[in-house]
Design a protein. Structure first.
Lengths: 226, 456
């Protein structure tokens, strides 16, 4: 992927850039609002990482608004030290697609970038999600594994749907919390792990090839690859 | 004077004085003018009549007749204030009580005002100058200083009234200022004491309903709130100092030890991972504090929408259900009635989640937790979470909502002691409180929302 990172803090920028390059991506970096605006407007990117507070007379939200006004639909992830719910809402209203509060774990950032890019490429007309021999029908809400029907609670269905939409990607606990439950706080206990292991029992029980994997220090991944 | 002008009481008094004088002037000016106009008109009308009469005599009886008429005229009792002069075409005196034609009088006929010298004394007169047939001149005048006295009296009266208003206004201003100043001084003394750090001081009130007293009462309520906030901040700073220092100290010694002992890479990486977990713990405390601060400022009311408390509570119960199952705890949910009200769905979910999370921590193995949402008869919405755990001793109940407070029973369990403070803050934001009561056995935590108490 080609990624633009607009971030004025040198250390954070270096950390992000290094991690993304190691993950096989190409990264352009701008350390002020003006350069960021110029790059965002002139180069095609798969995804943009935008810091909120920037030097150079224009802040992150201003750039996002300008970029969106120009008809550019590149997914944008906002990085910010402002953690208020209101700040978050303002960030998303300006045209950002996701909001990550500093300080953050690199795994979280990478997983969210992958999810953003996937979302922007996804066709909405899909009615059935398939990963290996697991299939989920969005219309009939029927789930089967190797032809066997799996009975799921509504929330489990939503959880599986999210995991399948992001198959072969790391999905963090926070992402699940925000997207499946719409909760934006730290539940302080391992509730998410318990939900996932319950789901795992239902879809992977007795199977030779478990699909739902735990990725250490990051989250989960639904994948058929080894 | 300049100093006095700076007092609002004096500005008020000055304005009042100016207004009174303006009203007085508005009243007196037309009156004076009408009066003067009336007298002047009557005076010239009399003179005009006399001029007409003498002109008629001149027409009938000629110069000799007029001379006789002028002499008769001079014999009349009011003559001292009258002036009369009959002169020929060259303005030389023929008859009358003036020695000569007044030189300053214009040659044209008409009504004029002038001062003339008559018998050595100067007098102010109004005269009518008429030209008789044949070119002779007739001058008839009347002294006007007779009404001067009355006019002066009128003017003095006016000036006297103005001075009285001025004095009364000045006196009133001084009095008002004195009263205001003594009231304001009480306020400013108290305010100064507060500025110097004595937050317990309050403005004096007498329980009355006058404006200043009502203001003082409002200010006192504001001071109560400020005092509470300042104490809160002080407690929090102490608590932060204590609770953040511990993980930071651990982190510091861990890193220092690494740099000193330089163990094998494998061990180093394991230590670094633990250090990152320490940092995450600190960040977690910070996030919780920031969230609390955000709620305390009341700014979150902007996120208020119509929410269904029953739905939020049931979703939270459902969210924690698998955790309960793992502990063999029965987690039930019940609600009744319409429980919609204005609220912040995110914060309510977090608060109810915190209560359930707490209950799960303390519930007995194979115990029960009951989540219940109802509307009370007084309109308050009540979401309660009851467990059958050890409960909280009565003397600890008020303390558990204090930030960073951790009861004896909670030692050894995860958490930083901010959970219940958050619930209390969320309840306050929604116009309610967090009530902790005994569940015999266990704890019943009730989050009250009182929509009617919320002022937007």
């Amino acid at each position: 992927m080609k990624i633009l990172c607009v971030e004025d803090n040198e250390r954070v920028a270096r950390f992000v850039k290094k991690g993304l390059v190691e993950a096989g991506h190409t990264v352009d970096h701008a350390d002020n609002g003006r350069d960021g605006m110029f790059l965002a407007a002139s180069e095609p990117y798969d995804v943009i990482i935008m810091d909120r507070m920037l030097p150079g007379n224009i802040d992150g939200l201003g750039i996002i608004e300008a970029v969106r006004k120009a008809g550019n639909k590149t997914p944008i992830l906002i990085l910010s030290a402002l953690s208020d719910v209101d700040d978050r809402i303002r960030g998303l209203k300006s045209g950002g697609d996701d909001y990550l509060v500093k300080p953050f774990a690199f795994g979280e950032l990478l997983a969210r970038l992958d999810a953003l890019v996937r979302r922007s490429q996804e066709s909405t007309a899909e009615t059935t999600l398939v990963v290996d021999d697991l299939s989920l029908n969005l219309v009939t809400r029927k789930v089967t594994r190797a032809g066997q029907t799996v009975v799921l609670q509504p929330r489990e269905f939503k959880l599986l749907e999210y995991l399948m939409r992001h198959a072969n990607q790391v999905v963090t606990r926070t992402m699940l919390l925000e997207n499946v439950w719409d909760y934006h706080f730290d539940p302080r206990t391992n509730v998410i792990d318990v939900h996932v292991s319950k789901l795992r029992q239902k879809i992977d029980a007795g199977s030779e090839r478990p699909l739902l994997r735990t990725i250490r220090n990051a989250g989960y991944m639904l994948t058929a690859d080894d | 004077m300049i100093r006095l002008l700076r007092f609002s009481a004096f500005n008020l008094a000055l304005g009042y004085i100016a207004l009174s004088i303006a009203v007085l002037t508005l009243f007196a000016t037309p009156l004076g003018m009408a009066w003067r106009e009336g007298i002047d008109e009557a005076r010239s009308a009399y003179l005009q009549q006399d001029v007409q009469r003498l002109t008629d005599i001149f027409g009938r009886q000629g110069v000799q007749g007029l001379i006789a008429a002028v002499d008769r005229y001079l014999d009349m009792p009011f003559v001292p204030e009258r002036t009369i002069l009959f002169a020929d075409a060259a303005l030389s005196r023929i008859a009358g009580n003036l020695a000569a034609w007044p030189s300053e009088l214009p040659a044209s006929p008409g009504t004029h005002e002038l001062s003339i010298d008559r018998g050595g004394s100067l007098m102010q007169v109004v005269v009518i100058h008429a030209i008789l047939p044949g070119g002779n001149h007739l001058l008839l005048g009347r002294e006007i200083s007779r009404f001067r006295k009355l006019e002066i009296l009128f003017r003095y009266g006016f000036a006297g009234a103005a001075v009285a208003i001025l004095l009364l206004g000045w006196l009133g201003g001084t009095l008002i200022r004195h009263v205001l100043l003594s009231e304001v001084q009480g306020v400013s003394q108290t305010a100064s004491a507060i500025v110097e750090g004595d937050l317990s001081r309050r403005l004096p009130t007498n329980g009355g309903r006058d404006e200043l007293d009502m203001l003082a009462q409002t200010v006192n309520r504001m001071l109560d709130q400020i005092e509470q906030l300042v104490h809160g901040v002080r407690n929090v700073s102490n608590a932060i100092a204590h609770d953040l220092r511990t993980p930071l100290a651990e982190l510091r010694s861990r890193l220092e030890e690494l740099s000193v002992t330089r163990p094998s890479p494998g061990e180093t990486f394991a230590e670094i991972e633990t250090a990152v977990a320490d940092v995450d713990r600190v960040i977690g405390i910070f996030n919780a504090l920031l969230r609390l601060a955000e709620i305390d400022t009341g700014a979150r009311r902007s996120g208020f929408v119509q929410v269904d408390a029953a739905k939020i509570a049931s979703e939270a119960a459902e969210f924690y259900q698998p955790v309960a199952e793992l502990k063999w705890v029965t987690l039930t949910f019940a609600s009744s009635g319409d429980l919609t009200a204005a609220g912040d769905p995110l914060l309510l979910a977090q608060a109810i989640g915190n209560l359930i999370d707490n209950a799960l921590k303390y519930a007995q193995e194979r115990g029960t937790i009951a989540v219940q949402a109802i509307r009370r008869p007084d309109g308050a919405i009540e979401v309660s979470v009851s467990d059958d755990g050890p409960g909280i001793p009565d003397d600890e109940k008020p303390k558990v909502t204090t930030r960073f407070y951790r009861g004896d029973a909670s030692r050894g369990t995860p958490g930083v002691g901010l959970g219940l403070s958050l619930v209390a803050a969320v309840a306050k934001l929604h116009g309610g409180v967090l009530e902790l009561t005994d569940n015999h056995p266990g704890l019943r935590a009730t989050l009250l929302m009182f929509p009617a108490n919320i002022r937007t």
